[in-house]
Ligand binder design. Structure first.
Ligand code: URA
Length: 238
């Protein structure tokens, strides 16, 4: 498959389509070591070596980022009122990036950002039961009874109770405690908050710490992201 050189460079985040046209005209782009003939030149991703300012720009069809979603932004690609998760990526970012699933505006933590629709579909498919672990601070300390109820399944007003979920005190904490970890294997709307509400409790603070074998990278600050490593990618593809 051949694509236009300006599209290739824009797809790889070198700049907007008009910016990369300028780079090409200013002789900052080579194809197989030769200055490009123009933005409309056709190149074959994976075969032709495209370089910008002397640095080769390999073509990657898909991109995967581990994002530390901060509180106060919405898990959407556009929004009229609020900042979105994509506002934390550069303006010339690859078109087509989107968050895999949603975290509430006041929830922080791990969110996968990609342009790979098939992978997203797989991770979110209800039948896949991909585990997601949250750190939560709740109003009332949880008890053994809460743990047993979460393990059994909770009526949150849906047709069926929630699937068995693992509620545990944070490592090093004993019961009763208001600082817990909860692992769920489904993704209903406001699920964690509704589960605690159903047992007469209230979530005060919620942070996703893992999803399908991916863990939040605590060296990132809220609002920062990094590409997934090959090992992480293998884990979520499994
Ligand atoms: N459950 C919630 O209630 N909120 C989230 O953001 C994620 C899971």
């Amino acid at each position: 498959m051949q694509i236009r050189l300006d599209k290739y460079l824009a797809d790889m985040g070198v700049g907007t389509r008009s910016q990369v046209k300028q780079h090409i005209r200013r002789k900052q782009v080579t194809v197989n070591g030769e200055f490009s003939a123009g933005p409309e030149q056709k190149v074959t991703p994976g075969e032709d070596v495209v370089s910008f300012q002397g640095q080769s720009i390999p073509y990657a069809q898909y991109e995967y980022y581990l994002f530390y979603k901060p509180k106060g932004c919405v898990s959407a690609t556009t929004d009229n009122c609020h900042k979105t998760v994509l506002d934390y990526f550069p303006e010339n970012r690859r078109k087509g990036l989107f968050p895999v699933g949603r975290l509430d505006i006041d929830t922080e933590g791990l969110l996968l950002i990609t342009n790979d629709g098939a992978l997203s579909h797989n991770l979110l498919a209800p039948g896949k039961h991909v585990p997601k672990t949250y750190y939560a601070e709740v109003l009332n300390p949880v008890t053994e009874e809460d743990i047993a109820q979460f393990a059994q399944g909770i009526d949150i007003g849906e047709a069926k109770p929630t699937r068995p979920a693992k509620l545990a005190p944070l490592p090093g904490e004993g019961l009763p405690t208001a600082q817990v970890e909860l692992t769920v294997t489904e993704g209903k709307f406001h699920q964690v908050k509704r589960m605690f509400e159903a047992v007469g409790n209230e979530v005060l603070c919620l942070k996703r710490v893992s999803m399908g074998g991916l863990e939040l990278d605590e060296s990132l600050s809220p609002g920062e992201y990094r590409p997934l490593t090959d090992t992480e990618l293998q884990k979520i593809r499994r």
